[in-house]
Design a binder for this molecule. Sequence first.
Ligand SMILES: C[S@@+](CC[C@H](N)C(=O)[O-])C[C@H]1O[C@@H](n2cnc3c(N)ncnc32)[C@H](O)[C@@H]1O
Length: 249
Amino acid sequence: MTEGRPLAARLPRALRSLLAPFARNVLKYLVLRDPSIRSQHFGTEQMANLAAQFLETNEIRGSYLEFGVYRGSTFAQFYRAFRRHRLDVPMFGFDSFQGLPSAGDADADPGFRRYAEGSFACSEAELRTELGRRRVPADAYTLIAGFYEDSLSPALYERPGLSPAAIVFLDCFYARSTRAALRFITPTLQDGTVLMCNSYFRFKAHPDHGERGALAEWCRQHPTIGLTEYAKFGTTGIAFIAHLTAATR
Ligand SMILES: C[S@@+](CC[C@H](N)C(=O)[O-])C[C@H]1O[C@@H](n2cnc3c(N)ncnc32)[C@H](O)[C@@H]1O
């Protein structure tokens, strides 16, 4: 019934209907940096926000387990995302605090970019300082030191809050390290665990190398665990959702 109304009376509504979507998009994309933007700017920070939203929407409870913490940039982004969504998520970081081990097996192939042993070294004390600087309080997280082949013992499953896992973030490059991390997290998975591989498309995205190779091997060994592809992020990252009984892949 707007046709019969004078133009002056219709103008505010017409203006509003023009401006409202514009304002909504400014808020969504520029202020909130909404994760629905799919572009090269969809980085780890947006992924952290999306994963937190996924937990909230699906009422998934559990821990955050990060394998390869380095200086804590991703760790802090997840802490902030959990805070933003008012999620109480116990956080665990696993790292040698001596950097990368040497590349082994197929990952030592000189056809791919290689890193020197010890690259990305950051001591536990440095990391704690860095996390403090990024306003992550010390009582919000637990750090487990050591190379995964030695440090990931079954005794860790007893740590309060560690299991089940709501989010697993793998960022340790090599297949051997990823294999050890995947072996460890297997009993902590639940339907809906978000499993992220930050270096999935390294090694030129080759299906037999690095995180991608280790994940494919692990999937073959665990046919009852299904993975649904959820999102790609950053330059080399991918996120899956785990299912304990589905054959989805
Ligand atoms: C690329 S950095 C991780 C970056 C980090 N996620 C961030 O947000 O900046 C890789 C980390 O994995 C750790 N790492 C790699 N292989 C490991 C292993 N086998 N055992 C323990 N730590 C390992 C390294 O010490 C290093 O801190």
